[in-house]
Design a protein around this ligand. Structure first.
Ligand SMILES: Nc1ncnc2c1ncn2[C@@H]1O[C@H](COP(=O)(O)OP(=O)(O)OP(=O)(O)O)[C@@H](O)[C@H]1O
Ligand SMILES: [Mg+2]
Length: 217
């Protein structure tokens, strides 16, 4: 089971949106079962899930203290992926959650405000020695600031994918769905599929060998 944590100290960069979209994508591609955990007291992911008509992905209620044993229980029940949404500013809350991660996805908008605050998040992920992947989110195509943002992010780590600014991402979140459920043929659906592919590749690249497995040279 892989634990995918969405983290960034910058509010509004897309943590909750991406957690929901990836969890649904994992289920849609039959890579699940997948679960989501909302570790943000703002509870945006929980609100999205409560509006959702479908049972998947599973929503798991837990506390910070109970997180490790809850993840063990999910692992034992055969869950393949768990997506954890974290709060923006509360670093003390996010740090212990990062410890549980197989990969940390850090969304960033292509704005100097977002890029300027990334150092804190990157430092936190590096301190926990966890693999990090950026997602450049809410991009307006062919803008100079987006190209500059990719260059700026690349200096800190891999930019896994780019998601464009589209109203279907926001609209889906307010009715318990994801963009690909609103329009399966749409560009946003494609982007999320691509992002999930890259996330899985990163997970495989950083996979720790489990007991009994050969470590190839
Ligand atoms: N690619 C996108 N296109 C259009 N709107 C987007 C996109 N990504 C996110 N949004 C919208 O931007 C707002 C902030 O996104 P979201 O809530 O996912 O950010 P967050 O990082 O979880 O914020 P917080 O730190 O407050 O929890 C939401 O209204 C969301 O619908
Ligand atoms: Mg959020």
């Amino acid at each position: 089971m892989d634990v995918i944590v969405l983290a960034s100290t910058k509010g509004g960069c897309g943590k909750t949106t991406i957690a929901a979209h990836l969890a649904v994508e994992a289920e849609r591609q039959q890579h699940g079962p997948a679960a989501v955990i909302d570790a943000d007291p703002q509870a945006s992911l929980a609100r999205w899930w409560n509006l959702r008509q479908m049972d998947t992905p599973t929503f798991v209620q837990t506390t910070l203290g109970g997180l490790a044993s809850q993840l063990d229980a999910l692992r034992a029940s055969g869950y393949q992926y768990v997506f954890i949404d974290t709060p923006g500013a509360d670093v003390s809350h996010t740090r212990p959650i990062l410890r549980q991660a197989n990969i940390v996805i850090v969304p960033s908008r292509p704005s100097p405000l977002d890029l300027g605050t990334l150092g804190v998040t990157v430092g936190m992920v590096e301190a926990e020695r966890k693999p990090l992947m950026f997602v450049l989110n809410a991009v307006t195509a062919r803008t100079r600031i987006s190209t500059q943002a990719v260059i700026a992010l690349s200096q800190h780590g891999a930019v896994g994918a780019i998601l464009h600014q589209r109203t279907d991402y926001a609209a889906a979140m307010t009715d318990g769905r994801v963009a690909g459920e609103l329009d399966p043929e749409g560009k946003s659906a494609d982007e999320v599929t691509q992002l999930w592919l890259v996330v899985r590749k990163h997970l495989r690249k950083h996979a720790m060998p489990t007991a009994g497995e050969e470590v190839s040279a």
